[in-house]
Write a protein that binds this ligand. Structure first.
Ligand SMILES: [Zn+2]
Length: 412
């Protein structure tokens, strides 16, 4: 399926470009069926085959070349027959770049209270008409084959990392391995779509180790670390990522699912992770929040009503930079403040800015790894983003484990 000595699979090549000489951070290029993407990467979440408030052109303009679609939502609507008729999700949304889909299982378990997991699959009641339905590993893969996404995810048995039930956690971990085998057997397009396995095991590091080894044996083109961002302590999250990446083959992409905030990502990159996704940057934009170098600003606040500067001075997104053909005029914080409460355009503009900002953070992180100055990059990020508050304790501790002393400050 995949050659771990060269980083090549039938539909993917992982080209490792540079490693940080201090931490486990790495820079690479991932060649996918719809073009290359540079890692580490943040992938915005386009739940219904659209990023809320953005057209595909606007998403492209943020420089996004790999976004997420949700299998659960697309499977319900437009449904598999329509996806097959149009030829997949790229055609449905007019998007010629890469798409990653989840298995649909997580949405089901988190959105539908009555979902029940058995060895066969996830049983649930249709949110449309209440009829009983079953999502099996085979059905999840069949849906993702119809979607045609460049990266597809195995169906896994996900439970809250904070669950105290160790026996249930162990069952979920082993079941996820068995379900991976069923997904591999059911996958019809291994030469055009890349199936990623998902490591489970909650916060138990021994279970995570065992699962990492078992999953790596299945030799899928890429590997995900799942079940995190479920309310666990950040220090536990860091230990799980650190433990898994230490056991994974070096020439495969590592995707930490559902992460996260900028600070989570800067730390997880130092721990050896490459790919991240989260709804936060787009969701928070709809609440009037702008991500900036100096932290998150709520532009609905009255103090921005007469702030005529750009959302973020350092940002080069279409919202922040003055337009050449517009007499140098740019969109100001005051304008977004004015729109935020009454016009959806305010949310659209902030969504564009926030997605662009996250992608730009990842580009700068990558450049720092290539130039072997990731420790300084990370220190500067924490200094600017947290200001006088200082970096959170969990980040200081995790970065120290990776050889980076955040308390020491960046070199001049
Ligand atoms: Zn911007």
């Amino acid at each position: 399926m995949s050659d771990s000595a060269t980083g090549k699979s039938a539909a993917l090549t992982f080209d490792l470009k540079a490693r940080c000489s201090t931490s486990k951070a790495r820079a690479s290029t991932l060649h996918l069926p719809h073009g290359p993407v540079e890692l580490p990467i943040f992938m915005p979440v386009a739940t219904q085959a659209s990023l809320k408030g953005l057209t595909p052109d606007q998403l492209e303009e943020t420089s996004c070349r790999l976004c997420l679609n949700n299998t659960y939502h697309l499977g319900l609507k437009p449904g598999q027959a329509v996806l097959d008729a149009i030829g997949g999700a790229h055609k449905l949304q007019g998007w010629h770049h890469n798409i990653l889909t989840d298995s649909g299982g997580f949405q089901m378990v988190s959105l539908l209270k009555l979902a029940k997991i058995t060895e066969e699959g996830v049983r649930f009641l249709s949110p449309h008409d209440g009829s009983p339905m079953l999502l099996t590993p085979e059905h999840s893969i069949s849906l993702q084959n119809s979607i045609g996404s460049d990266i597809i995810m195995q169906l896994d048995d996900v439970i809250q990392t904070t669950s105290p039930d160790a026996a249930r956690m162990r069952e979920a971990m082993y079941r996820s391995i068995r379900w991976l085998d069923r997904c591999i057997a059911a996958h019809k397009n291994p030469t055009t779509q890349n199936l990623f396995c998902i490591i489970q095991g909650g916060l138990d590091l021994d279970m995570r180790r065992e699962c990492s080894v078992e999953m790596a044996k299945r030799n899928t083109p890429g590997i995900a670390i799942g079940g995190l961002s479920g309310g666990e302590a950040k220090s536990d999250f860091c230990k799980v990522v650190d433990t898994c990446t230490s056991l994974l083959p070096p020439l495969k992409p590592r995707y930490v699912m559902g992460i996260g905030y900028p600070e989570d990502i800067v730390v997880a990159v130092a721990l050896g992770a490459d790919m991240f996704d989260c709804v936060w940057p787009t969701r928070t934009a709809r609440f009037g929040n702008a991500i900036t170098r100096y932290g998150v600003l709520n532009l609905k606040h009255q103090r921005y009503s007469e702030d005529f500067g750009p959302v973020d001075e350092d940002c080069s997104c279409t919202v922040c930079r003055p337009k050449d053909d517009n007499a140098g005029l740019a969109i100001s914080r005051a304008y977004i403040h004015h729109l935020a409460a009454k016009e959806t355009v305010g949310a659209h503009l902030l969504t564009m800015h926030n997605v662009h900002w996250m992608l730009s953070l990842m580009r700068r992180a990558r450049q720092a790894i290539v130039e072997d100055r990731y420790p300084d990059f990370a220190k500067k990020f924490f200094e600017d983003y947290f200001g006088d508050k200082g970096a959170p304790g969990w980040a200081v501790e995790a970065m120290k484990g990776a050889g980076i002393d955040l308390a020491g400050g960046a070199s001049p």
